[in-house]
Design a protein around this ligand. Structure first.
Ligand SMILES: [Fe+2]
Ligand SMILES: [Fe+2]
Ligand SMILES: [Fe+2]
Length: 448
């Protein structure tokens, strides 16, 4: 049975202890909304099946254009968030078709060209595609509103597939009746999709301005298109776009203001809700698991500061499932080997996404280990014993307990005592027995 001293050793073995044991460590990093979203936008790319960094590159294009237009700082921030979040609805709309943008044809949407869509969609299913596009725009605007963004960002997300000529969606407004911020986000998404569709940077550098002008007047605002074409003729634009440090550069803008502790929890909890609903889980499940994980972390002798990080990890533990088709997650049958290996990638996706956020390196590692077991039969790393971070085990225990005590389509919720009994059988194989006793203290029926 692990003791408190052993648990202290566990984290020192696998992470730089200064991450959270240094006396100067202050727990939750001070993060802006822009920093958090620049990283988490990669989850939307996953959901859409896009090359990683699509939303980040759209934000770069949008901010570049907005700055060239001389917009006020507040308007530039709105463009930034509209761009990063334009496809947030893909995370909620589990059935939106994934479309390949890498072929020619008229562009009507970020990454989706009419001809490609028609090629891929069986005849008669066109309405479904149009509906799916409208749905992710609506879902996205709802998510953005819940995150506390104002109408300019909400409208930009809602209208990012709309065209200058009033086509693109039933709600599309022609010409300047569409807000300027929305028109900029819409251009940025289309421009990035053009760039993404061309594998050679040299070719797109040469053809970029002409391709932008081709969309002017029907798909995009002609004046903005001219400005964008001009920008696309400059090396500084391309050097910034292809810079390996693009993500860090976007994060360092610190748009949206630094969040206080509770604000940070609330902000990422919105994403936890999105993931729960998308995966067919009960709304608010992630928030409940995260709160329990924080209490259990404290009971496992972790400091308040570490417990806060455990809560963040618990809230974002399944963000990587956005890269897994939802029907794999809800399949009542046994998964095939391929399906299983895709599902087992979700902690890896989440770890990679979170590790981009400054100060959340440890959290990223715990999230990456939340399906590991101390008997070495977990995934993705088949870590053993003390290799599995205590924080990851706390999250795993809380998640398992919540699952057992919630109704499922195929079984009723267990009572707390029955769930604890089931989990007791996993102490020593899945979970460390010492950690389990501390967990039990917290969830025992007298307290529950
Ligand atoms: Fe979209
Ligand atoms: Fe897009
Ligand atoms: Fe998971």
């Amino acid at each position: 049975m692990a003791s408190r001293a052993q648990i202290q050793t566990v984290k020192a073995d696998f992470l730089d202890p200064s991450l959270y044991d240094d006396p100067g460590f202050s727990g939750l990093p001070r993060l802006s909304r822009g920093t958090v979203l620049a990283a988490l936008s990669r989850a939307f790319d996953l959901a859409e099946g896009r090359r990683p960094g699509h939303a980040q590159r759209v934000a770069y294009v949008g901010v570049f254009l907005a700055s060239e237009l001389g917009l006020e700082p507040q308007r530039i921030e709105e463009v930034f968030f509209g761009c990063l979040l334009h496809d947030a609805g893909m995370a909620a709309a589990a059935t939106v078709p994934r479309l390949d943008a890498n072929r020619g044809g008229k562009m009507i949407a970020g990454g989706a060209r009419v001809t490609d869509m028609l090629d891929q969609v069986p005849s008669g299913a066109w309405n479904e595609v149009v509906e799916a596009i409208a749905r992710h725009c609506d879902e996205g605007s709802r998510i953005v509103r819940k995150m506390g963004f104002g109408e300019a960002v909400v409208n930009a997300v809602a209208g990012h597939h709309d065209c200058w000529d009033g086509s693109g969606s039933p709600k599309a407004q022609p010409g300047e009746r569409a807000p300027l911020i929305s028109r900029i986000v819409s251009i940025a998404d289309r421009v990035e999709s053009l760039i993404d569709a061309e594998s050679s940077p040299l070719v797109i550098r040469r053809r970029g301005p002409a391709l932008v002008r081709e969309m002017a007047g029907h798909e995009i605002d002609p004046e903005l298109a001219e400005k964008m074409a001009d920008i696309a003729g400059r090396d500084e634009f391309w050097l910034g776009l292809y810079d390996n440090d693009l993500a860090s550069a976007l994060m360092s803008l610190n748009y949206g203001g630094i969040m206080a502790r509770e604000e940070l929890f609330d902000f990422i909890a919105v994403l936890s809700d999105v993931v729960d609903v998308r995966n067919g889980r009960e709304y608010g499940r992630g928030r409940r698991v995260a709160e329990l994980a924080r209490r259990v972390a404290l009971a496992c002798d972790m400091t308040e500061r570490r417990a806060d990080l455990v809560k963040v990890a618990a809230l974002l533990q399944d963000i990587g499932t956005l890269g897994v088709p939802v029907h794999y997650l809800s399949k009542p049958d046994i998964l095939s080997v391929d399906e299983m290996s895709t599902v087992q990638m979700h902690p890896v996706y989440a770890r990679d996404i979170l590790s981009e956020i400054p100060g959340l390196g440890a959290t990223a590692w715990w999230v990456g280990c939340h399906h590991e077991r101390i008997d070495g039969k977990g995934y993705p790393g088949m870590l053993e014993g003390a290799e599995v971070p205590a924080e990851a085990q706390v999250i795993g225990m809380c998640e398992a307990f919540d699952a057992l005590t919630s109704d499922r389509p195929y079984r009723r919720a267990m009572t707390h005592s029955d769930a604890i009994e089931v989990m007791r059988g996993l102490a020593g194989t899945r979970f460390d027995p010492y950690l389990f006793t501390r967990f039990e203290d917290i969830v025992s029926p007298t307290e529950a």
